[in-house]
Design a protein. Structure first.
Ligand code: NAD
Length: 308
């Protein structure tokens, strides 16, 4: 398939859709790098940090320019709406949009379906979900796992490099989404397990700070122990910047995959249940690190705040 490709000396104009926890710092990385961007978000408040910076902003993607459309949206359904919906990026822009790079964590089957529809309009697509959270989004040091045509990735690699330190082609369209969902399975297990371990240890008389310090250099270490717990649980700020609802979504993507493949994955199934429950109990938008407060409620025991 011959894509509507940019000329070698072409400079990209990016339409960035979805500037929440992740999209905001990612779009700012592009801005800092001198990339010409326009920004869309349904929430006016999310657009505010871009106003007065020479950036075209709006709540409707079809009103904004750009040949490269980057999405950082909650789910694949939001991506579909933002691209093909009534005011989606493709409305009235035939020939202008060259590629959609979905940096959300979407379901691989939905990404494949959208990519096939876009191909009919001569628009390429990559799935490039990211890992590293808000801290790495701010420093432009995310990891992205990219699915799609490897040659297309090479064309847009310099653009992604403004936001991502590690860029790896992992397979055909949807492969990035699959890898991302499985990554978050691992991340979800360690967040929940580390919180349980911390609470049991504290109840047994151990100092939570000492436990975390030891685990950081022991075999129990993980991103939860190294980053999420010290930064958002010990000081009781619960502001890591990733919601329990989005984590539950990622686990459902991974668990659906295991079911489609007819493979037993008991830990994955149990982890999905834990987070579906947490989403109900805490509310979808609650910070992921609030899992600790659920455990505390059940234990009738609360950790004291430790400023970091
Ligand atoms: P978020 O909810 O903070 O931001 C999403 C933004 O999209 C919001 O500003 C919302 O108003 C906007 N939006 C929703 N529907 C829209 C539409 N139809 N058109 C335009 N804008 C729309 O979510 P987030 O935490 O930034 O996550 C974005 C994606 O990245 C998700 O898929 C998530 O799973 C993934 N992710 C998040 C993190 C993290 O640490 N927060 C890390 C890695 C990946």
């Amino acid at each position: 398939m011959e894509w509507n490709k940019p000329a070698l000396n072409d400079t990209h104009r990016v339409l960035f859709i979805g500037v929440g926890h992740m999209g905001n710092p990612m779009a700012h990385c592009l801005l800092k790098a001198g990339v010409d961007i326009a920004v869309a978000d349904v929430n006016e408040a999310a657009l505010a940090p871009f106003v007065g910076q020479g950036v075209a902003t709006g709540t409707q993607p079809d009103a904004l320019p750009g040949d490269v459309v980057i999405t950082s949206l909650p789910t694949d359904q939001h991506v579909r709406e933002a691209i093909l919906g009534e005011h989606g990026a493709l409305r009235g822009h035939a020939g202008e949009r060259r590629i959609v790079i979905d940096m959300s964590s979407s379901a691989p089957s939905e990404t494949q379906r959208l990519a096939a529809e876009l191909a009919k309009q001569n628009v390429a697509m990559l799935d490039a979900p990211v890992s590293g959270g808000v801290p790495r989004a701010k420093t432009g040091e995310l990891t992205t796992m990219v699915g799609g045509d490897a040659a297309v990735l090479e064309r847009y690699r310099p653009l992604l490099a403004h936001m991502c330190k590690n860029i790896r082609h992992v397979g055909a369209i949807g492969a990035g989404d699959t890898l991302k969902a499985l990554n978050n399975f691992l991340s979800a297990v360690s967040m929940w397990a580390s919180s349980e371990a911390l609470l049991v240890g504290a109840r047994a008389g151990l100092d939570p700070q000492v436990m975390v310090d030891i685990w950081k250099t022991s075999t129990g270490r993980s991103h939860a122990v190294e980053v999420k717990i010290p930064n958002a649980v010990l000081p009781r700020t619960f502001d890591y910047g990733f919601s329990v609802g989005l984590m539950a979504k990622d686990l459902s993507i991974a668990a659906s995959l295991s079911r489609e493949l007819n493979m037993p994955a008991p830990m994955l199934a149990a982890t999905e249940e834990h987070y579906l429950f947490a989403r109900e109990a805490l509310g979808s938008s609650a910070d992921l690190t609030r899992v600790m407060t659920l455990l505390e409620t059940w234990a009738h025991f609360e950790l004291s705040a430790i400023p970091q």
